[in-house]
Every structure is written in C-alpha cells, then in structure tokens.
Design a protein around this ligand. Structure first.
Ligand SMILES: CCCCCCCC(=O)SCCNC(=O)CCNC(=O)[C@H](O)C(C)(C)COP(=O)(O)OP(=O)(O)OC[C@H]1O[C@@H](n2cnc3c(N)ncnc32)[C@H](O)[C@@H]1OP(=O)(O)O
Length: 177
C-alpha cells in the first residue's frame, strides 16, 4: 500500500517559481487576537454564538504561521463516534484563512485540498497549524494540519489551499441568489 505523499499540495496549490516568501503584516498581527471581534460572533469556525459551531480558538502565531485548537463535540459526528470529514475540512479552512489574514490583505478560499490520515474521535482536542508557502500576485499558497491532542500529536488531517485576494466589495456586494 502506498504511503501518503509528503505534502498535500497538488500542482494547483503548489507555489510557482515566481512566488515570493510570505511576510506578516504588522497591522494584521495587531488584529490577530481580536480577529473574533472583527469577524463577529456568527462565524461557524470561530464564532462563540454558534451553538454547534467549531468554536475554534486562535492560540498564537509566528510570522504568518497561525495556531489554534478546538474540541470535537457529539454534534460534529459523522460516522459513529468520529468527527465528520467535512467538518474537519472546515477546521482546515478556518486556520488557513487565519494564516492568510496575517498577510494583511483580504483573501478567500479558491481551492481547498484535504487529506485524512487518521480518524478523529468525538471528544478529541484538535491542534491546528497553518502556514503560507508563497505569494504570487493575488494568489496565496498555504498548507495546514490538524494534530490529535496537542502540537506534538499524530497528524490526523492536513490540507493545501489556494487563496485569492479580493476587494472589499466581495463581502459588501450582495449578489442575487
Ligand atoms: C480569520 C478568517 C477565517 C475564515 C476563513 C474562511 C475562508 C473562506 O471559507 S472564504 C469562503 C469560501 N470561498 C468563496 O466563497 C470564494 C468564492 N469564489 C469567488 O468569489 C471567486 O471565484 C474568486 C474570488 C475566488 C476568484 O474570482 P475572480 O476574482 O473573478 O478571479 P479569477 O480571475 O477567476 O481568478 C484569479 C486567479 O485565481 C485562479 N483561481 C481562482 N479560483 C481558482 C480555483 N478554484 N482553482 C485554481 N485557480 C483558481 C484563476 O485561475 C486566476 O488565475 P490567473 O490569474 O493565473 O488566470
């Protein structure tokens, strides 16, 4: 049986040779801990007012690497006793978006690739980490992982993503559903 690749990234989520190294933006770093207040309390990933949301708590940063954690509750279940895979992808999206935030521009997820490496039991503490591998124009290339129990735990889920920079109007313009 073949082993998982060393990176979750496909060619689409691998930075091209023209990409530059990511640099943390000073103002975004200031906003980092207060991100919950800026995003509001209704975010499914981190909002405290969403009853069965993930309630992800940002715990720290280093450059553009972001750290966070959450606990899998029964409402997050998919197969009996285990976290739903889509929910774990949501956790990846949240921590990837947090790392992208540290770049100091407005980004949204364009593509999200996820590898599931181990089951995540209900009740698990999942430690999240995401980092940016490069920036090329409007595109930011990021990776993330979720570890069981803490920062040194087994990697249960990992992801690679392409985030695209958008103008403010992306969030304010209401399109026709
Ligand atoms: C602290 C914060 C935590 C929160 C984290 C949560 C983050 C999220 O979940 S954001 C919500 C989910 N994402 C979305 O809703 C995005 C929906 N998509 C869109 O709005 C648009 O498709 C958008 C903005 C991504 C791109 O549209 P647009 O601005 O017209 O740019 P477009 O010209 O199509 O693409 C720009 C470049 O990106 C590339 N690109 C865009 N999408 C993709 C994709 N899915 N795969 C590969 N490449 C892509 C294009 O090919 C293009 O490349 P090039 O410049 O080389 O030709």
């Amino acid at each position: 049986m073949s082993r998982p690749r060393s990176t979750p990234a496909s060619p689409i989520t691998t930075p091209p040779s023209t990409a530059t190294a990511p640099v943390a933006d000073a103002a975004a770093v200031q906003d980092f801990i207060a991100a919950g207040e800026i995003l509001g309390s209704a975010c499914f990933g981190c909002g405290p007012d969403v009853p069965h949301g993930l309630h992800i708590q940002r715990t720290g940063r280093d450059g553009t690497t972001a750290f966070a954690e959450f606990t899998v509750i029964p409402e997050h279940q998919g197969a009996p006793g285990l976290a739903h895979g889509g929910l774990l992808a949501t956790a990846m999206d949240e921590i990837l978006g947090t790392s992208a935030w540290l770049l100091g521009r407005r980004y949204v997820t364009g593509r999200l690739e996820t590898d599931y490496l181990a089951p995540v039991p209900v009740g698990s503490l999942v430690h999240l980490r995401s980092w940016c591998k490069g920036v090329d124009g409007r595109k930011a290339y990021l990776e993330a992982e979720g570890r069981l129990g803490g920062p040194d735990g087994r990697v249960a889920v990992r992801a690679a993503a392409l985030f695209i920079e958008v103008p403010l109007e992306h969030f304010t313009a209401k399109g026709t559903p």
